[in-house]
Design a protein around this ligand. Structure first.
Ligand SMILES: O=P(O)(O)OC[C@H](O)CO
Length: 212
């Protein structure tokens, strides 16, 4: 009888093949809605009707993010493609909203630039460490995207200056999202370092995301 293999870090398949399932289709839909949102926002940024449409397209797109994650977990349709591309679709959408708001002069560029550097820096890092394992989104990252989505929707919707509580609330949420964006970015950098170290020790890509 052969000896059972010593248990070590679980080996992980790191291919990103697309699978036809509802969560992945929602992710693609979110990507498709990015240029639509950009066009509607930037064509007539200060026109009430166009602005309402831009807000509506953004909210629908960000809701697909909530839906795809839930469906994937509930129906066991979590794929490597989804783990990586779901977060890329989020970053394309929220990044476009940050850039759009800065272009039309409604959000300071430094906020947008710090967020873009964190989001795309982590994406590049995810691809760089792919040979060691798939670094899926963590709870903090998901909460960060939700806060960004709420803050951006509140900046996109046109509310009169006289509604001061709304203005205060949207800035509070924006700063909370900003802080969480930076903090979770730093956390991912440490995760990538640990993932690389553990995979090199194990001698194969490891399922690091399963530990979160
Ligand atoms: O913080 P990230 O880079 O893991 O992104 C989180 C995703 O947007 C959650 O869907």
């Amino acid at each position: 009888m052969s000896e059972p293999e010593a248990s070590g870090p679980e080996q992980q398949d790191t291919t990103l093949a697309f699978a036809w399932n509802v969560p992945n289709i929602l992710t693609i839909l979110r990507l498709v809605l990015v240029p639509v949102f950009a066009l509607v926002l930037l064509t007539h940024p200060h026109d009430h009707v166009w602005r309402h449409w831009a807000t509506a397209v953004f909210v629908i797109a960000i809701l697909t993010d909530l839906a795809d994650g839930r469906i994937a977990r509930k129906y066991h349709q979590v794929t490597n493609f989804g783990k990586i591309w779901d977060s890329i679709a989020d970053k394309a959408l929220t990044g476009m909203a940050f850039v759009g708001l800065s272009i039309i002069g409604e959000l300071a560029w430094p906020i947008t630039l710090v967020i873009l550097v964190r989001e795309w820096g982590i994406t590049v890092m995810r691809f760089r460490v792919l040979k060691y394992g798939v670094m899926a989104a963590k709870r903090g990252g998901k909460l960060k995207t939700t806060l960004q989505g709420v803050a951006l929707a509140m900046f996109l919707v046109q509310v009169p200056d006289t509604v001061t509580w709304f203005w205060a609330l949207r800035w509070f949420i924006m700063w909370a999202a900003f802080a969480l964006t930076v903090l979770t970015g730093i956390d991912y950098v440490f995760d990538a370092h640990r993932l690389r170290r553990d995979a090199l020790r194990a001698g194969h890509p490891i399922d690091y995301s399963a530990r979160h």
